[in-house]
Ligand binder design. Sequence first.
Ligand SMILES: NC(=O)C1=CN([C@@H]2O[C@H](COP(=O)(O)OP(=O)(O)OC[C@H]3O[C@@H](n4cnc5c(N)ncnc54)[C@H](O)[C@@H]3O)[C@@H](O)[C@H]2O)C=CC1
Ligand SMILES: O=C(O)CCC(=O)C(=O)O
Length: 540
Amino acid sequence: MASVIVLDKLAQEGLDMLEAAPGIDYEVITGLAGDELRETLTRFDGAICRSGVKITADALEGNRRLKAIVRAGVGTDNIDKPAATKAGIVVMNTPAGNTLSTAEHSIALMLALSRNVAPAYQSLIEGRWDRGKFMGTQVAGKTLGVIGLGRIGLAVAERALGLEMRVLGYDPFMTEERAQKLGIELVKTVDEMLPQIDYMTVHTPLTDETRNLIDMAQLEIIKPGARLINCARGGIYNELALVEGLKSGKLAGVALDVYPDEPCTDNPLFGMPGVVCTPHLGASTEEAQTSVATEAVELLTAFLTTGAIRHAVNVAALDPKTLESLRGYLDVAYRLGRLSACAQPSGLSACHLLYRGEIVHEDTKLLTSAFAAGLLEGALDEPVNLVNAEMMLHSRGIELVEESNSDMGAFRSSMAVELSAGGTTKRFSGTLFGKEMPRLVSVDEHRLEAYLDGSMLIFHHQDLPGVIGAVGTTFGEHGVNIAQMAVGRTNPGGEAVGVLNLDGEPSPEAMDAVKALPHITTAQSVCLPKAGELPSWLAG
Ligand SMILES: NC(=O)C1=CN([C@@H]2O[C@H](COP(=O)(O)OP(=O)(O)OC[C@H]3O[C@@H](n4cnc5c(N)ncnc54)[C@H](O)[C@@H]3O)[C@@H](O)[C@H]2O)C=CC1
Ligand SMILES: O=C(O)CCC(=O)C(=O)O
């Protein structure tokens, strides 16, 4: 049974889906923070949140159970993604469910600003019939600047065009041709837009580039009387500049749905003339909340029950079809990682991976992550999986290089690993027989064919009569049964390698006895998962 925690208020439709999901238990606990949040999260496999809870590095510290966090919404800025990645936790979001509602809220705020809706209502309920005081401005024929032409920005632009506005747009990822088709005039910089606009709306994440996008300097060039709207993230407009702009008359209005620190009930803009603010309501419609809640539950339950990863913001996607078709090779990659960790337990500085044949047309990045997970699994006291393995390898200064060659070589697909440590190299390659039989097909330059599972012995020796027999006899004396044997050599009488698949792990005494045999140069015991045994992140 997988356990899920819902950390913020979630639409009932989402909770109903959790209730009905087979193999899933859930609890709703909102308002958690600090130690209470950290301790609670250690009891769950998955979490669903909105923007209320702050999942900081502290909240994830020492968590060995949580596997996924799904944000029922777009912005994942309330989740410490580097900390989640380090802990091997997948972070996913529901990117499209609240697009239209947020676009509509931006338009609503623009119209509310233009027609003084909030102050006129306030004045009315205070007993005044002030028809002269609240002269508005028509939006038709006016110019709207849209910063960020992603899902919400484009939906706003489309609606503004429907209101007969001229729309200028700025987004480094939008092409001139596409903008033209949509009826948006693309500008090259925000500064180019500022002298031309009557309204501005932002629809970007808060990043180093978008923080304080409108500041004191921009007030110097903005068209006097402009009205600014922010339904994206607090901090994109510098609030002190907005206060100054309103005081000086440079700005005629400001509408905010989002704030640098939320919840926010105290803000220098609140109560100023020309300001209308809402408490982060962009996505607060029944339609948007139903959509993000049900999608979040779908994403989390699919991940917890099948391993499928969609809409992840810290790891490559892994849809059920890809997972199914790659599972065998992910297993080969993971086992080669485990084998490499035994063969090169210290001083590793670089791993070169070469994918050959048909497999190069698949997402080999995932295979590389599976290899890295196998390599590190036994060495770390924390969970390692596809999410964090490469990051952990890099943070240990181990270089990971991936190459592909579509030539098949001896197999339809294969994967070779070269490990470098202090001027020496070791090489292994593996392939998949059938759909799920991982095989070791070379050690260094020697070809062979051995099972890539269970207990193994890999030994280098001189190719002389009686050497292999002596290994068999020695193991026999120590009660170790040999299930299968493979030998590879380049020249008769030269260096050779033997791989034994054993029914049990040899004792240290058995290993010492084998190492002491004449003509044996190295002997390494390797313990891999049994055939068909997969790590939890791969088993689904
Ligand atoms: N107020 C609310 O309740 C809601 C707020 N949001 C926020 O709205 C924002 C936009 O959401 P979506 O449109 O779904 O995201 P999106 O990812 O579809 O679009 C973001 C766009 O911003 C552009 N962008 C990034 N950096 C930029 C820069 N420096 N200058 C110009 N453009 C830049 C990107 O190229 C992309 O096209 C997000 O921050 C999200 O958190 C989303 C939903 C609800
Ligand atoms: O959960 C909410 O209502 C906030 C929505 C939001 O800001 C987002 O999806 O980025």
